[in-house]
Design a protein around this ligand. Structure first.
Ligand code: HEM
Length: 123
């Protein structure tokens, strides 16, 4: 028997869509993070994030967006901003009923992206 991929554990495309919608609701509702997306097309942003997460969790590869370092370069994103986004992601995953160990695995994969997202990250 094969283990379910992380993508399957998240409920595949539909499950990821629910989590991404909630994640950006939480981000836009957070006054310290909302300004980063002031000029963004949020429908496009959600679409990119959902496709990115699908690839990152072992699902189909249809992501055609930028590499993570290019997508975030020059935006002045701090460690604190990054930690808040990871926290909102954990909340969105919890609310969607994703199992705690799966959330930990997803959070670990997202945390590994810190150096590509944060401006002048320590590691
Ligand atoms: C592990 C965490 C993160 C992941 C996986 C992620 C993922 C993405 C993806 C897939 C895109 C789209 C790239 C494209 O359009 O080609 C993007 C763009 C962006 N991200 Fe992130 N991101 C993360 C953290 C953050 C944080 C912490 C912030 C700021 C607080 C942020 C702000 C932005 C902004 C402002 C854009 C550009 C939106 C636009 O095109 O208008 N991201 N991110």
């Amino acid at each position: 028997m094969t283990e379910a991929t992380l993508y399957q554990q998240l409920g595949e495309g539909a499950g990821i869509g629910t989590v991404v919608n909630r994640l950006y609701e939480l981000i836009i509702g957070d006054e310290s993070l909302a300004p980063f997306f002031a000029h963004s097309d949020m429908a496009e942003q959600k679409r990119h994030m959902a496709l990115f997460l699908a690839v990152a969790t072992g699902g189909p590869n249809a992501y055609k967006g930028k590499e993570m370092d290019a997508a975030h370069a020059g935006r002045g994103i701090t460690d604190a901003d990054f930690d808040k986004v990871i926290g909102h992601a954990a909340t969105a995953l919890t609310e969607a009923g994703v199992a705690p160990d799966t959330i930990e695995t997803v959070a670990g994969a997202l945390l590994a992206l810190r150096p590509k997202v944060v401006e002048g990250a320590a590691v």
